[in-house]
Design a protein around this ligand. Sequence first.
Ligand SMILES: NC(=O)c1ccc[n+]([C@@H]2O[C@H](COP(=O)([O-])OP(=O)(O)OC[C@H]3O[C@@H](n4cnc5c(N)ncnc54)[C@H](OP(=O)(O)O)[C@@H]3O)[C@@H](O)[C@H]2O)c1
Length: 252
Amino acid sequence: MKTHLKGKTALITGASRGIGKATALRLAEEGVNIAINYLQNEEAAKKTAEEIQAKGVKTDIFQTNVGDFDAHPALIENVLKTFGTIDILIHNAALGAFKPVHRLKMNQWDLSFNINTKAFLSLVQKVIPIMEPKKEGSIIAISSLGSHRYIPNYGAIGISKAALEGMIRYLGVELMPKGIRVNGVSGGLVDTDALKAFPFFDTFKTEVLKRTPAGRIGKPEDLARVVAFLCSPESSWIVGQVLIADGGLSLI
Ligand SMILES: NC(=O)c1ccc[n+]([C@@H]2O[C@H](COP(=O)([O-])OP(=O)(O)OC[C@H]3O[C@@H](n4cnc5c(N)ncnc54)[C@H](OP(=O)(O)O)[C@@H]3O)[C@@H](O)[C@H]2O)c1
């Protein structure tokens, strides 16, 4: 039985569905209390909360658009009211328009940067005063291969993830002396609702399958396991890194 994280509290953005949900369930299995942030799908958030509760930990749902930075103080305050502290922050929520970069409207660029990248910085700034006095904290952001490779129509998200990965490296260095460890997890194609938004998805999936040495596309749990590892002291010597879990796709 793994007990390294038992009794800790994690705030996970976008934890109602997909990779965020799988991460929430994985950490709950280790005894972590879970603050589930979501955007609009209250039904999914409540269902995730029920599944987490069944694992015997404390949980609650927190509706906040993380792209709205003015809402962050209230989000953190509400999580603190319910759980008393935050030991782990996982920024998983992401959105973005699917179109060629040269056709992006400025508001579409802002949308993905606000949610995917700037929200991470703002939330990190809010949890530092909570984690620093304890000299302990773990912060993880979820990225994707589109941060450093061309994926058709994925530029709005891919470029925001490139900046996110840069931020992970800088924050990794700046916050480690405070006892706060920052890392990232990146994946190839993962089977979640997000894929429904991909234009020409079937062709894209066939291509990815052909090029993935592991012979399948990813499952949310494939990334959740890596996130849990990075949250645990088992990975204490890993700082400011983005670990890729993609069945070998990025090597081909
Ligand atoms: N799927 C992939 O192929 C893949 C691959 C590599 C990396 N990733 C990364 O993994 C992360 C999760 O992706 P996913 O595929 O699991 O997505 P998903 O299934 O579409 O779920 C997105 C989650 O984020 C929440 N969300 C979206 N915008 C939000 C906002 N502005 N504020 C708060 N919550 C918000 C959604 O809440 P609601 O339920 O309320 O809508 C939902 O819980 C993203 O960072 C993505 O870039 C995905």
